[in-house]
Design a protein around this ligand. Structure first.
Ligand SMILES: Nc1ncnc2c1ncn2[C@@H]1O[C@H](COP(=O)(O)OP(=O)(O)OP(=O)(O)O)[C@@H](O)[C@H]1O
Ligand code: SF4
Ligand SMILES: [Mg+2]
Length: 325
């Protein structure tokens, strides 16, 4: 029997209130995450890939309870993490940490590196200063920073070194889930591989489970066991890495891969194709497939009803009307 998921997200939706009203006088809203479900087994990496604005960060922030969800369940290690409040939430939140994209803006410039890593421990209030010092020493070593660098301020580090501090900070509370939100996209290409390899070795060392967000399919292919493709708030395809890179089932995934010349397209049915056209307006309810306005295969039915992920319970699913016929 396969292991139960460490993180299980069911039917997650996030809606942001916007300024202004629609023609019926109702407050405008934007449905940034729409009915998203996924599981991540312990010690594994789920990659979420999709264009800018597809809702990757919002979904991750909702999982971490940093933005409010409109609906859905977030089950972490068998507990209903999505329903916790108050002190229970504050304590449980330590289990879900985030490594942010921009190592320049995500570190407090007034704190020394060691105090940046200490912050989440201090906030949780469950360790003595001495215990914190020990954890900081271990983490500096684990992320490849030298002990004497503990006393330096963020501006005294390179981009890659800053991201190492960000990683140490995320690992300090001993989380079980780490959300990596585009952790290398602000870094030089030469440094990207070092940080990705560091994340992989830390995953083994600390038995971490990653939710890994990227718009770079090369990075996703390198890092992830499972892949979920998001388009305009919805998961349109999910599969394990081998199955996904062997044969994408959704026209949007196909177009995403087409845009990456360095990735070999194995499946014969795939031709490189362009995704021109504008995505839909998420402030109004959608009646059909959200990709219909850009999809080269769109038919009349695609504008009439929203496709769901199929086949049910299969390890490789896609939400496209063509696949249901
Ligand atoms: N606080 C907010 N208020 C209103 N709308 C928001 C807010 N945060 C995000 N959005 C909108 O939600 C949608 C999803 O944004 P999100 O940042 O999650 O996308 P993303 O996939 O992470 O994109 P990127 O690749 O650019 O980081 C976008 O349309 C965005 O403008
Ligand atoms: S449902 Fe229709 S529009 Fe949507 S991806 Fe499939 S073929 Fe394209
Ligand atoms: Mg984002």
């Amino acid at each position: 029997m396969s292991k139960p998921a460490l993180l299980s997200v069911r039917n997650l939706s996030v809606r942001f209130p916007l300024k202004g009203r629609d023609e019926h006088g109702k407050r405008k809203t934007l449905l940034a995450v729409d009915n998203v479900s996924f599981d991540i087994p312990e010690g594994k990496t789920l990659g979420i890939v999709g264009e800018s604005g597809s809702g990757k960060t919002t979904a991750a922030l909702a999982v971490a309870r940093l933005v409010e969800k409109e609906a859905g369940q977030i089950i972490l290690d068998g507990h209903d993490f999505g329903a916790l409040t108050g002190d229970e939430l504050r304590i449980a939140r330590q289990n879900v940490q985030i490594i942010f994209q921009d190592p320049y803006s995500s570190l407090n410039p007034r704190l020394r590196a060691e105090d940046i890593v200490r912050e989440p421990l201090r906030h949780a209030g469950q360790t003595s200063r001495q215990e914190q010092d020990k954890i900081i020493d271990e983490l500096f070593h684990a992320v490849g920073l030298r002990p004497e660098q503990k006393r330096l301020f963020p501006h005294q580090f390179s981009g890659g070194q800053r991201q190492r501090i960000g990683i140490a900070r995320a690992l300090a509370p001993r989380p079980s889930i780490v959300i990596c939100d585009e952790p290398v996209s602000a870094l030089d290409v030469a440094v990207q591989a070092q940080i990705l390899n560091l994340l992989k070795s830390l995953q083994k060392q600390f038995n971490l489970t990653y939710l890994f967000i990227s718009h770079d399919l090369g990075v996703i292919q390198h890092m992830c066991d499972e892949i979920a493709v998001m388009y305009m708030g919805q998961v349109v395809e999910r599969a394990n890495r081998n199955s996904f890179f062997k044969q994408q089932k959704h026209p949007y995934s196909n177009a995403l891969l087409s845009a990456v010349p360095s990735i070999e397209l194995h499946a014969e049915h795939i031709r490189r194709q362009d995704i021109s056209g504008a995505p839909p307006d998420l402030t109004v309810p959608q009646t059909g497939c959200r990709f219909a306005g850009r999809c080269p295969l769109a038919q009349k039915a695609c504008h009439l009803s929203v496709p769901v992920l199929l086949p049910e319970n299969a390890s490789h699913q896609a939400a496209c009307h063509l696949l249901t016929d």
